[in-house]
Design a protein around this ligand. Structure first.
Ligand SMILES: Nc1ncnc2c1ncn2[C@@H]1O[C@H](COP(=O)(O)OP(=O)(O)OP(=O)(O)O)[C@@H](O)[C@H]1O
Length: 248
């Protein structure tokens, strides 16, 4: 992480599109036959999923269909009952709430657990990359919601994960901040090239960010779309229909 992201100049569509195709890139994660039960209730069933390095995958689905359960299994936070998850190295996760430690300055939150390899210098570079140069010694309580999520992104990316898991990371932010975060995350993903899985309820966010959109239903991947193959309006209508919403 040694170049700065120019937040005033979002990544061009050409640069974003030039990341594909991903099929030749190594796998960031490979899931086969995944199953998760709570008691007698099957929440994830026979789920297969491959994500390549550099590829941005969005996961949509009605509330309770198993999205967070899948993400937690990929993160290693929850043990599946059956199936296999193969991933090189440890994934990094960014949640809806920033989960920064309130008693540690911002730089120490970024370097947490990696003090030797990252240290203050690495954390400072990572913070500059997410547009927070000079905020190393600030306290988390003095950050806005958007700034705190930038720190959470810096903390995730400074570990150079092959797989980045995002669990509704922008859901609590205002619309304008969310748009800026979309531009930032695209820039960071194009540069660092992790495979990404984002769980979101926002169809438009999925369309803007993802190379592939998966619709989850009853613990399985029910549909898959590549935004590049569709008109935006048509895809939006189709996805809302998949989610049981009638578009107007
Ligand atoms: N620890 C648990 N014990 C029992 N049931 C659970 C547990 N965690 C999740 N579930 C159940 O598993 C199902 C899937 O939950 P999950 O949180 O994965 O859904 P989701 O698609 O992420 O929902 P949302 O969009 O509302 O966040 C739900 O019916 C939920 O009640």
């Amino acid at each position: 992480m040694n170049q700065l992201v120019d937040l005033a100049r979002p990544i061009t569509q050409e640069k974003w599109a030039s990341r594909a195709p991903f099929e030749q890139a190594p796998l960031a994660v490979s899931v086969s036959g995944l199953e998760r039960r709570y008691g007698s209730r099957v929440v994830i069933e026979a789920l297969d999923l491959d994500i390549h390095e550099g590829e941005f995958v969005a996961l949509l689905g009605e509330s309770g269909c198993g999205k967070t359960t899948l993400l937690r299994a990929l993160a290693g936070l929850d043990a599946p009952d059956d199936g296999q998850i193969d991933a090189p190295g440890r994934p990094a996760v960014v949640f809806q709430e920033h989960r920064l430690l309130p008693w540690a300055p911002v730089w120490a939150n970024v370097a947490l657990g990696h003090e030797n390899s990252v240290g203050r210098a690495g954390a400072t570079r990572a913070l500059a990359e997410v547009g927070l140069a000079g905020r190393e010694d600030d306290w988390p309580r003095n950050l806005s919601g958007g700034q705190a999520q930038r720190v959470a992104l810096a903390r995730a990316l400074v570990r150079e994960p092959k797989l980045l898991l995002l669990d509704e990371p922008f859901a609590a932010l205002d619309a304008l901040t969310r748009i800026k975060m979309h531009a930032l995350v695209r820039e960071l993903v194009a540069r660092h090239r992790p495979g990404v899985l984002i769980v979101t309820h926002d169809v438009d966010e999925a369309i803007v960010l993802a190379d592939r959109i998966l619709v989850m239903r009853a613990g399985q991947i029910a549909a898959s779309y590549r935004p590049a193959d569709h008109g935006q309006g048509e895809l939006r209508r189709q996805l809302l229909e998949e989610l049981g919403v009638t578009a107007h």
